[in-house]
Design a protein around this ligand. Structure first.
Ligand code: ADP
Ligand code: 5GP
Length: 200
């Protein structure tokens, strides 16, 4: 199976099969900004498209941003073992199709999953060699400023996101790389380096 084929060979050469990356971050830490920035440097990296029961936001496209499904469809996916991982996040269900990951890895393509901490824990069980990255803002104060500056959320929602952020940050030890998104250019460079396999 693919997840047993990702380690380096003794001669240092890659054994065929793509690499799996998992990125998580509390809302507002800059994950969207960083992921969009690295796309320019790594055009062949496949961004996993999750399924979700959350309604589409303005500008989001079916199949590009998410597959938008009903709760019944999502539950059917659970019953049929469709999801490599799934979780309830902010009152909605999100899941990654096992087939999506396997098909791309088998074809030798590197895949990036943008999923929450619950999903990351499940992926690590299935793919112990997955390269995990946790993105953080430099401080809780700056995190709050960024969420506020983004202008998408009301006061109570910001408070809820800050509370969730504390719980997520408590799980950061599970991740191989901690990426502090302070100076944007430096954070993009480090992210690209990790994805290229150059960062320890
Ligand atoms: P997330 O996807 O993690 O919720 P966003 O990428 O939407 O976060 O970023 C939240 C806000 O912070 C946005 O307004 C973005 O422009 C800003 N931001 C992201 N990275 C930085 C950075 N390194 N320095 C300053 N502001 C940033
Ligand atoms: P949003 O609704 O803002 O796009 O995403 C909310 C949260 O759900 C983010 O933390 C994002 O990483 C997470 N998420 C998106 N897709 C998945 C998925 O397939 N599985 C899991 N576990 N989390 C996901």
């Amino acid at each position: 199976m693919t997840h047993l084929m990702q380690t380096d060979g003794k001669d240092g050469k890659r054994i065929p099969g793509g690499r799996l990356f998992v990125v998580s971050a509390p809302s507002g830490a800059g994950k969207t900004t960083l992921c969009n920035a690295v796309r320019r440097y790594l055009p062949d990296l496949v961004y996993s498209v999750s399924s979700t029961t959350r309604p589409p936001r303005e500008g989001e496209q079916e199949g590009r941003d998410y597959f938008f499904v009903t709760e019944a469809q999502f539950r059917e996916g659970i019953d049929k073992g469709k999801w490599a991982e799934w979780a309830r996040v902010h009152d909605n269900y999100y899941g990654t199709a096992a087939r999506f990951i396997e098909d791309h890895l088998d074809a030798g393509r590197d895949v990036l999953l943008d999923i929450d901490v619950q999903g990351a824990a499940q992926i690590l069980k299935l793919y112990p060699n997955a390269v995990t990255i946790f993105i953080m803002a430099p401080s809780m104060e700056i995190l709050r400023q960024r969420i506020t500056a983004r202008g998408l959320d009301s006061g109570p929602v910001i408070d809820k996101r800050m509370k969730n952020a504390e719980a997520e940050i408590a799980c950061r030890g599970m991740y191989r790389h901690l990426l502090v998104n302070d100076d944007l250019e430096a954070a993009v460079a480090r992210f690209v380096s990790i994805l290229k396999g150059g960062a320890a």
